[in-house]
Structure formats: C-alpha cells, structure tokens
Design a protein. Structure first.
Length: 120
C-alpha cells in the first residue's frame, strides 16, 4: 500500500466517522482490516434507531463522500433500511437497526481475538 492510498483511506475513515457522529449513529465501531483482508482497509459498523434513520444516515454519508472525494460509493439495502452496506473501496460501512446488528454480530466475526467491540 502506498503512502497516498493510506492517506486517502485515513481521510475517508475520518469523513465517515464524522458523518456518522453528526447524524447520531449509535455504537460506532471501527475495525482495522489492513493485513487481514483484501476487501478494504477499515470496516465501520454502527446502528440507527429506525429504518428511516438507517436510510438517512446512509444517504447523507454517500452524499458527503461524493462531495469530498468525487466518486459514488456503492450502496446496498437502503430500500429496506434494516442493514445498509456502503462500500467505498477502502472503507466498508455497515449501518444496522439494532436487532439486525445483534443477529449478525459482525463485530465478533471481524474483531481481533480478545478485543472488546466497545473499545475498538
């Protein structure tokens, strides 16, 4: 990975975390995937309180990414609002309703062994 791609990845992550905080996403967890997966550098998992909030958080995030970086992130699941996947290439974002997040437990699958999801 080049220094430039690390910088873009870090900038994307910063924008994503700021956007999620601004839109009142809950239980935001970031997972460093560098050296562990070729799918991206980071995964971010968060919750919205309702299908409407999950969809709104996702829409605003995709808009902010397009405004700052000039590309459209891939988005899946916005229509139902239970689980939205946003793929920027470097950072993969999952926005869940809490019940759906509890069911899939992605943090357990991707967090390094012995890491508490609340401290990631």
């Amino acid at each position: 990975m080049t220094a430039q791609s690390r910088s873009i990845s870090a900038e994307l992550l910063e924008l994503i975390l700021t956007s999620l905080n601004d839109d009142k996403a809950e239980d935001i967890v970031q997972i460093d995937l560098r050296g562990r997966s070729s799918m991206g550098d980071f995964m971010v998992i968060c919750s919205g309180r309702s299908t409407r909030q999950v969809a709104a958080i996702s829409e605003k995030l995709v808009d902010r990414i397009k405004q700052k970086f000039g590309f459209t992130a891939k988005i899946e699941g916005k229509e139902t609002g239970d689980w939205v996947l946003i793929d920027t290439g470097d950072v993969v974002v999952h926005v869940f309703r809490p019940e759906v997040r509890d069911f899939y437990q992605l943090e357990k699958m991707w967090m390094p062994a012995g890491t508490d999801a609340n401290q990631a």
